[in-house]
Design a protein around this ligand. Structure first.
Ligand code: NAD
Ligand code: ZN
Length: 350
């Protein structure tokens, strides 16, 4: 099957590769339609590894995917041939202790598309458990379906924050994940969200949404901006979505006493945080790793019109131009939020 293969660090090719295609009774076979380019795919391309996950053999990239069901396993009752779907890329061992506790995202046995040694889905077809495959409502396009995965990270962050109606939230970092988190925070009941970055382009994209105010930290300190907005009290929830050490020093100056800090960004190296400053405010600190049990809720919010991901789509490339899409993503243009690849170029559906 033709696929976008990361041969080794810095080398991509579009070529035929043998991929697993056996169906179990609880699986579905999906013809891929759209696959998003994620920061992690790009990092494997440019660095050959993320933390302990090292690309040691050719690996197909891509994990933000939507498509059409073309075959259903004998025991599948929830999906039919022809259904338009999006897929949750991480599959745990459903009998594991983590799965039984409802925290299947941190199951040590989880396999996740395009995380070595597991192949991703920038290819024609894939086989996936029906339990991790979600039917797209008629009003949700394939492009939006393929954006559910990054939005799910924001959903998990909003869930972990335990937002109360009317909360004020701050999001540090207006990259894809920061904007997705800001949207999930608003959908979760926040009255207003301040989002910080040092890229005016990124902030302008975030500010297209009602309820989100951008703070350019090259001009205004986020500490001052939060103090002014909250009369010195602080934000109820701070989402750290930059992964930058510089952002960590401000965390406890912007959270209110008893507020929550939610760590979403993954700094590549250990960073220092001020535990004493956290303790004297009795802050609740939460961490986020991917997501669990949020894909269906994310789709419900999109279908209900409460979350619109469409403005975040920067450009769509045909499958044959996948390498071009990755080279552009590796450039990191500040005006780009989400690049996608249309695998099924014959389909007319967006
Ligand atoms: P990104 O690089 O697009 O966004 C990061 C943004 O932070 C950039 O726009 C950058 O300009 C901004 N930034 C840098 N320093 C800053 C500072 N001091 N204050 C405010 N903003 C600052 O990356 P992304 O794809 O949006 O991902 C964001 C982070 O989330 C990364 O660390 C990524 O690894 C992590 N991530 C975590 C999970 C998870 O499950 N926890 C999932 C996906 C991504
Ligand atoms: Zn992703």
């Amino acid at each position: 099957m033709k696929a976008l293969v990361l041969e080794r660090q810095g080398e991509l090719s579009l070529r035929d590769i043998d991929l697993p295609s056996d169906m179990g009774p609880t699986d579905v076979r999906i013809k891929l339609h759209t696959v998003g380019v994620c920061g992690s795919d790009v990092h494997y391309y440019t660095h050959g590894k993320i933390g302990d996950f090292v690309v040691t053999a050719p690996m197909v990239l891509g994990h933000e995917a939507s498509g059409t069901v073309i075959e259903v396993g004998a025991a599948v009752t929830t999906l039919s041939v022809g259904d338009r779907v999006c897929m949750e890329p991480g599959v745990p061992d459903l009998t594991s202790r983590a799965s039984r506790l409802g925290i299947y995202n941190v199951d040590p046995a989880v396999t996740f598309w395009a995380t070595p040694p597991i192949h991703g889905v920038l290819c024609g077809e894939c086989v996936h458990p029906a339990a991790f495959t979600f039917k797209l409502p008629d009003t949700v396009s394939f492009a939006e379906g393929a954006m559910v995965e990054p939005f799910a990270v924001g959903m998990q962050a909003a869930k972990r924050a335990q937002i109360a109606p009317g909360d004020t939230a701050v999001v540090l970092g207006a990259g894809t994940i920061g904007i997705m988190t800001a949207l999930a925070a608003l959908a979760g009941g926040c009255a207003r969200v301040l989002i910080s970055d040092l890229s005016a382009e990124k902030l302008a994209i975030a500010e297209r949404y009602d309820g989100i105010t951008g703070i350019d930290i090259r001009q205004t300190s986020i500490v001052d901006a939060v103090a002014e907005l909250t009369s010195g009290w602080g934000a109820d929830v701070v989402f750290e979505c930059s992964g930058a050490q510089a952002a960590m020093t401000d965390l406890f100056r912007i959270v209110r006493p008893g507020g929550a800090i939610v760590f979403v960004g993954l700094p590549p190296d250990p960073v220092a945080i001020d535990i004493s400053a956290a303790t004297v405010r009795e802050c609740r600190m939460e961490t986020v790793f991917r997501y669990a049990n949020v894909f269906d809720r994310a789709l419900d919010l999109i279908a209900a019109g409460k979350v619109d991901l469409k403005p975040l789509l920067s450009e769509t490339y045909p499958f044959d131009a996948s390498i071009e899409a990755f080279d552009r993503a590796a450039e990191g243009r500040p005006s780009d939020v989400k690049l996608q690849i249309r695998v099924d170029t014959e389909s007319e559906a967006p």
